[in-house]
Design a binder for this molecule. Structure first.
Ligand code: SF4
Ligand code: SF4
Length: 101
């Protein structure tokens, strides 16, 4: 095997090792998480999700005489999906995000 071929193979191995290392470190730094998101059109504002979320992520409030249920504290959401599964209107979807913890 001549020197040129060895250099090319070495370069390819180096690139592959960077890709693998990148994936490894990115996996260490970032993690995929799920958070709840209320689909406004479907939500009937029954408040059940607010009641069952023990992390107090969701809130129902009245704005301009209109009741609104929304994710007030997304940072508290554990992505458990309990609210989505129990919503009678299927008005909560779990959204994937990338976070540091
Ligand atoms: S349980 Fe569903 S319909 Fe009821 S307030 Fe929550 S999102 Fe809206
Ligand atoms: S996914 Fe779990 S923690 Fe997040 S809002 Fe729904 S019930 Fe609360």
């Amino acid at each position: 095997m001549n020197e040129e071929v060895v250099n090319i193979l070495f370069s390819i191995a180096l690139v592959i090792s960077f890709i693998i290392a990148g994936k490894f470190f990115c996996g260490k730094i970032k993690k995929r998480n799920l958070i709840a998101s209320v689909i406004e059109d479907k939500c009937k504002n029954c408040g059940y999700c607010v009641h069952i979320c023990r992390h107090h992520v969701l809130e129902s409030t009245v704005i301009n005489d209109k009741k609104l249920t929304f994710v007030n504290h997304p940072e508290r959401c554990r992505g458990c999906g309990k609210c989505a599964v129990n919503c009678p209107e299927k008005a909560i979807k779990m959204v994937e995000i990338c976070s540091k913890n």
